[in-house]
Design a protein. Structure first.
Length: 146
């Protein structure tokens, strides 16, 4: 695997990524407060059924959005924890270093691009993957995704 000889992140790179994570988390807390305000403002004080259902729709839409934010916030916390034990930037699957460029694009990444593509291939293309294996061919998407 080409990715396995990635160099460890430098101190400066780690610092950049940690700041990025902290910034994203801060931005999220802010938008979480915002949507909480919108939620309370959207609470109906009367109004007909149509308005009510629109309000319900908006609220559930916002809640879904918030759930996603909460999920992402947890990922950020998890990533920040890894700094404490000096494991940030290591691939969960193969233990190699995740490329700095990939982490800059996705600071919560827990897999290197090779393992990530493998996992995605297993998830979404398991049928195609199995089929091409049975034909004795290996589909290599690495070049396309890099
Ligand atoms: Zn990996």
């Amino acid at each position: 695997m080409a990715d396995n000889n990635n160099k460890a992140l430098t101190k400066k790179q780690l610092e950049t990524l940690k700041n990025k994570l902290l910034e994203e988390k801060q931005g999220m807390v802010f938008s979480d407060k915002e949507s909480a305000n919108e939620l309370s403002l959207a609470l109906p004080d009367g109004g007909d059924d149509v308005e009510q259902s629109i309000t319900d729709y908006n609220n559930s839409h916002q809640l879904r959005f918030r759930n996603r934010e909460v999920f992402y916030a947890k990922k950020i916390d998890k990533a920040l924890k890894k700094f404490e034990v000096n494991e940030y930037g290591l691939c969960n699957d193969c233990g190699c270093w995740i490329k700095f460029e990939r982490l800059m694009a996705r600071p919560t990444a827990e897999q290197c691009i090779v393992c990530k593509e493998e996992a995605e291939r297993d998830e979404s293309n398991s049928f195609i993957g199995r089929q091409s294996k049975s034909l004795g061919k290996v589909v290599d998407l690495t070049g396309m995704m890099a």
